[in-house]
Design a binder for this molecule. Structure first.
Ligand code: 3PG
Length: 207
C-alpha cells in the first residue's frame, strides 16, 4: 500500500473533481476538458451504471490519472481496478475495504469524519484521508479540531465545497487538496464551461 503515491496524488492538484457521469460516451471529452484545464486527478464515482465504462474511457485520455470514488467494498474495488482505476476513494473507512486496498497495493483515500475513524486508519498504516462530508461534518472548525491530535495526518476535504470556499480550506496546513463536484455539474456537459471551471480550480491557492 503506497501512502507515498496517494500523498503525491493529493499534492499534484489543488482540486480533485468528483464526477458523476451517466453517459460513457461523454467520458472522454469531459476528461480531456479537465486535463486541458489542468486537473489531472479524476475521481469517477461508482454511482451510475456507466461508471466502469467511464473509468475505461477516461483512462485513455493522455495525462489523466483516473480513480474510482464511492468504492464501498472489496467487490467495488476489484471492479474499479479491472476497469483501470489507479486510485480509489471511499466515503467511509471499513476494515474489509482497507485490507483489500492494502492487499491490492492501490493508492487509497478513505473517508473519515471523526477521531475514531482516523485512529482506525492509522491502525492500518494510513495517514491520508478524505474529510467527508466536510461542510456538513462541521466545516473548517471541525477539521482544525480533528487535525490537532494527529500531527502527521493530511486531508482532502470533500462535500459541500465550492470554488469560492476552496481557498479557505486550502489555507489549512493539514489540507493537501479538496474534492468537489462543482467543476462538472450534472446534466449535459458544457465542455467549454468545464474547461474554464477546471482552469479556475487548478489555479486555486490558499486564501
Ligand atoms: C463526494 O462524493 O465526494 C461528494 O458527494 C462530493 O461532494 P459535493 O457534491 O458537495 O462536492
Amino acid at each position: 500500500m503506497s501512502t507515498t503515491s496517494i500523498d503525491a496524488l493529493m499534492r499534484s492538484v489543488p482540486v480533485i473533481p468528483v464526477l458523476v457521469v451517466e453517459d460513457a460516451t461523454q467520458a472522454e471529452p469531459i476528461a480531456r476538458a479537465l486535463v486541458e484545464g489542468g486537473l489531472t486527478a479524476l475521481e469517477v464515482t461508482l454511482r451510475t451504471p456507466a461508471a466502469l465504462d467511464v473509468i475505461r474511457a477516461m483512462s485513455r485520455v493522455e495525462g489523466a490519472v483516473v480513480g474510482a470514488g464511492t468504492v464501498l467494498n472489496p467487490r467495488d474495488l476489484d471492479a474499479a481496478m479491472e476497469a483501470g482505476a489507479r486510485f480509489i476513494v471511499s466515503p467511509g473507512l471499513t476494515a474489509p475495504l482497507t485490507e483489500a486496498a492494502i492487499d491490492r497495493g492501490i493508492p487509497y483515500l478513505p473517508g473519515i469524519a471523526n477521531a475514531a475513524d482516523i485512529m482506525r486508519g492509522l491502525d492500518h498504516g494510513l495517514d491520508r484521508f478524505k474529510f467527508f462530508p466536510a461542510e456538513a461534518a462541521g466545516g473548517i472548525k471541525a477539521l482544525k479540531a480533528l487535525a490537532g491530535p494527529f500531527g502527521q495526518v493530511r486531508f482532502c476535504p470533500t462535500g459541500g465545497i465550492s470554488e469560492a470556499t476552496a481557498p479557505d480550506w486550502l489555507a489549512l496546513k493539514p489540507v493537501l487538496c479538496v474534492g468537489g463536484s462543482w467543476v462538472v455539474p450534472a446534466g449535459t456537459p458544457d465542455l467549454a464551461a468545464i474547461r474554464r471551471a477546471a482552469e479556475a480550480a487548478a489555479a486555486l491557492r490558499p486564501a
